[in-house]
Design a protein around this ligand. Structure first.
Ligand code: NAD
Ligand code: HSO
Ligand code: ZN
Length: 816
């Protein structure tokens, strides 16, 4: 934008002078006069006019809606309004105010007084003013780069105008000066005098008045100079604000960008990305993003999609952060600054009427289709595929889980683990306050737990006791009481015996649902295996207590400690130990992505010396159903796992069902799904779940074995007969009455099971999870005589003479 200063007296002269000066600068200006129509603007601008000067009279009679509509597609910076303000004129007051929201540049002719200008400037601080008044011409806009100084206006008189209504409240007459960056982030505080302001304007840089050194050219010696973008005054005109672009290494003498320490949030992200653009290591992810537009664009779309499906507050924040990261990477790569983005945000917020905000057709197609049908029905609808119609790549895609980017999760989890490792209980308190919004006084409850903390409804207690008995029976039966003894050859006896792992940590999830049943599933096998110390970790409730059901089970299994924490911090506390949390040897239990990632981190840190059970993540269920299955049963099972979390996945393999039969399933899904209290969660899980139609049980089992589900339900005729063909699954539920929920709570099998396809190589939690095996051997003289030569020969070919000797020396004695 151009601010033109001239000494012409009339409106016509002022405007034509403005046009001339703009033209001298190489731009094409055009005046729209009172009787021209506003519609002329668009063609004029299209025809290469850079700045349109609009006479206020041309638009004074129009309603603001009309003006807004006419100016809809014209960037505000290309318009300047010529105007003789008369604030007593009722149409000037409100219309002028509203217009200032649409048009950034004003040429004001013959204002009644300097105060009028100051008042306009205060009311519309973000507009550019070019002021023509008979005797004086005052430009109140201090957008330094836009001043065209073509006559005798001196910087000093300019400063006088700026300070016309201001008054320092300091004895030395200096103005406290807040120095901010273009985003308004405070860099520090300085002081200004009239002289330093004039110097700043002349040099277009940060110049202040130091109370010890006088005139102070910021960065003159350190190189941390500032480009001055603007100066303005606060509401009571006693403090100045300098908006600057700060050069490296920063404003503060301690070499940080601000005097208030390091940046955070979007500003920090922007500066990190800018630095990375210049010097990201060749193989880094950010470098790949900058170099590979397709990758960047796919990530932006992927994150936008994930943001749309996010439901929980924290997930929405997470996805929004991801989207902002990739969007900023695109901006940085294209040289778009934060200020450029903010300008657009600000101009939108100023508009009086808005575009309807409809999405482009490619983004609404789906929705329009949905609207043709009863809209609600689409809510719980599983995508349906026919295996015959799929390529092998498409089948491979269906085998993948809807998982988060693990790099990202590791980046979040590692600092949490490090913090607990370094600061112990203090870190747990801090992180629990941050993630669970609970301020803990103590991070643990120690046994014996008070009766009051485990007071239960008798029916609940009875149910827990029934479940306890069944789970205990099944897991006690797995205890290896006798060692395994085998005489491999005469006089050579090998044996193997189990010993409990001494100290175990059990993670009981408690994010979206508190799961006392998981306390049973982990605590009982640990107890029957004979573990000496059991530590149970679970996120605290909002009031800082532990669910009484969990305390009751903890008491029954003989836990020594309950850690009132969840997520990665709980895992880290048990892995490394803290002042109050005992260090354990093995950590077991399911949890969300943070829990799973923290288990992986701890396991791979040799200083923690801890192992884990398996990666047990978001729940999964695959149901194989044929025509004999009752859709109500099948759907209820699918929803039981979908309601766990938005990242759960459920799959129905339908054997030879017709379209009509599938439709019955879809209707049932809608009916049961929408009635659930956790419908919002289940709906998201269903959105990335699917039905796969196959022809035969063989095809169904083939897919299921490849998918390797956590839970598999066989709701088919003669279900038991296919058990031998199942090679991968965490736990199998056979026949129409074996609801998966029974295994979750009370039948006796364990519900802590491998997910993500890990049932290909991991077992679910069982008694053996809590023991390790030791082997032993007894070799008699006769035995050594029998195997000795084989050992010495093998040691010799490996070149390990000491090994050979250990046997040879004995053999020599035996064979003397
Ligand atoms: N595979 C199995 O055997 C099995 C069994 C039961 C439950 N599950 C699964 O366990 C999971 C339980 O997840 P949940 O979230 O309800 O409970 P959770 O206890 O696993 O996680 C909650 C904790 O996550 C932490 N957290 C939340 N947001 C965070 C963030 N942004 N950064 C760092 N930490 C954060 C908090 O500290 C919170 O206490 C579900 O996915 C469920 O399906 C699996
Ligand atoms: N189905 C879960 C394991 O994936 C376990 C559970 C606990 N409570 C209910 N269900
Ligand atoms: Zn469940």
């Amino acid at each position: 934008m151009f601010i033109v200063k001239s000494k012409n007296k009339t409106l016509l002269e002022s405007i034509s002078r403005a046009c001339t000066v703009i033209a001298e600068k190489g731009f094409n200006a055009k005046t729209i006069w009172a009787n021209s129509s506003l519609e002329d603007l668009v063609p004029n601008l299209d025809a290469g006019v850079d700045v349109a000067l609009i006479d206020f009279k041309a638009i004074e009679k129009l309603s603001m809606m009309q003006i807004d509509a006419a100016l809809e597609n014209i960037p505000a910076s290309r318009l300047a309004l010529t105007f003789t303000p008369d604030l007593n004129n009722p149409t000037h007051g409100p219309n002028f105010g509203a217009l200032s929201a649409l048009i950034t540049n004003f040429i004001i002719v013959n204002p009644p007084s300097a105060e009028t200008i100051v008042s306009l400037k205060v009311n519309f601080p973000e507009n550019n003013f070019y002021v023509e008044s008979g005797d004086y011409l005052k430009n109140l806009e201090l957008g330094i780069n836009s001043i065209i100084n073509d006559d005798a206006l001196t910087i000093e008189s300019f400063v006088d105008v700026l300070l016309v209504n201001s008054k320092s409240d300091r004895e030395d007459g200096l103005f406290p000066t807040v120095v901010v960056d273009p985003q308004g982030v405070a860099l520090g505080l300085c002081y200004s005098s009239k002289e330093s302001i004039a110097e700043a304007l002349k040099t277009k840089s940060g110049v202040y008045f130091s109370r010890t050194r006088g005139l102070w050219y910021k960065g003159k010696t350190s190189g941390a100079t500032q480009e001055l973008l603007g100066i303005d005054l606060d509401c009571d005109a006693d403090t100045l604000r300098f908006t600057v672009v700060q050069k490296e290494p920063g404003f503060c003498h301690l070499n940080t960008r601000t005097c208030f320490g390091a940046d955070s949030g979007i500003t920090a992200l922007y500066s990190t990305l800018t630095q990375r653009l210049e010097n990201a290591p060749p193989k880094s992810y950010t470098k790949r993003l900058f170099d590979d537009k397709d990758l960047l664009h796919s990530k932006i779309k992927e994150e936008a999609d994930e943001l749309c499906t996010a439901v929980a507050k924290d997930d929405i924040a997470w996805e929004a952060a991801d989207l902002i990261y990739f969007a900023m990477a695109k901006c940085v790569a294209a040289g778009v600054s934060l200020t450029d983005i903010e300008k657009h945000l600000d101009s939108r917020s100023k508009k009086i009427s808005r575009r309807p905000g409809n999405a482009k057709p490619q983004y609404v197609q789906k929705k329009e289709k949905i609207e043709e049908k009863p809209k609600e029905m689409e809510k719980f609808k599983m995508k349906t595929y026919d295996v015959k119609a799929l390529s092998s790549e498409q089948v491979d895609k269906l085998l993948l889980r809807p998982i988060k980017n693990t790099d990202d999760i590791m980046d979040r989890v590692k600092p949490i683990v490090d913090s607990v490792k370094a600061k112990g209980d203090a870190a747990i308190k801090e992180l629990t306050a941050k993630f669970d919004k609970v301020n803990l006084e103590s991070v643990v409850m120690k046994a014996p737990f008070p009766e009051s903390a485990m007071a239960l409804d008798p029916k609940v207690k009875e149910s827990i006791d029934l479940a306890y008995n069944n789970i205990e029976k099944f897991h006690a039966a797995q205890v290896e009481t006798e060692p395994l003894v085998v005489e491999t050859m005469k006089g050579v006896t090998c044996s193997r015996f189990a010993r409990p792992i001494e100290r175990v940590g059990l993670y009981v999830p408690g994010g979206t649902a508190i799961l006392p049943s998981t306390t049973l599933m982990l605590g009982i096998p640990a107890k029957v295996a004979g573990c000496k110390e059991i530590v149970i970790a679970t996120p605290p409730r909002a009031d800082g207590t532990v669910t009484p059901e969990v305390v009751y089970v903890a008491h029954r299994v003989g836990a020594s400690t309950i850690l009132l924490a969840g997520g990665a911090q709980a895992v880290a506390a048990m892995a490394y130990g803290t002042e109050t949390v005992p260090k354990v040897d093995k950590i077991c239990g399911p949890g969300n992505q943070y829990v799973t990632a923290a288990k992986m981190v701890a396991q791979s840190d040799s200083s923690a010396l801890v192992s884990i059970d398996m990666p047990a993540g978001p729940s999964e269920l695959l149901v194989i159903a044929d025509k004999t299955a009752d859709p109500r049963y099948v759907i209820s099972d699918l929803l039981s796992q979908a309601e766990h979390g938005i990242d759960s996945q459920v799959i129905l393999i339908a054997i030879d069902l017709t379209e009509q039969q599938i439709e019955v399933y879809q209707k049932e899904l809608y009916k049961q799904g929408t009635a659930l209290p956790r419908a919002a969660i289940a709906e998201v899980a269903i959105s990335h779940s699917y039905i796969l139609n196959v022809k035969t049980i063989k095809e169904a089992l083939e897919f299921s074995n490849q998918y390797a589900p956590e839970h598999l339900i066989l709701n088919i005729a003669n279900a038991e007969s296919v058990l031998p063909d199942i090679s991968n699954a965490g736990s199998v539920f056979v026949g129409p009455y074996s609801a998966e929920s029974c295994g979750d709570y009370a039948s006796g099998t364990n519900h802590t099971l491998p997910t993500y396809g890990y049932s290909r190589m991991y077992s679910g939690v069982n008694t053996a999870t809590f023991v390790k095996h030791i082997t032993s051997q007894i070799i008699t003289k006769e035995g050594l005589d029998g195997i000795g030569d084989a050992v010495t020969t093998l040691a010799h070919i490996e070149g390990l003479e000491a090994h050979r000797n250990a046997v040879a020396i004995r053999l020599a004695d035996i064979r003397k």
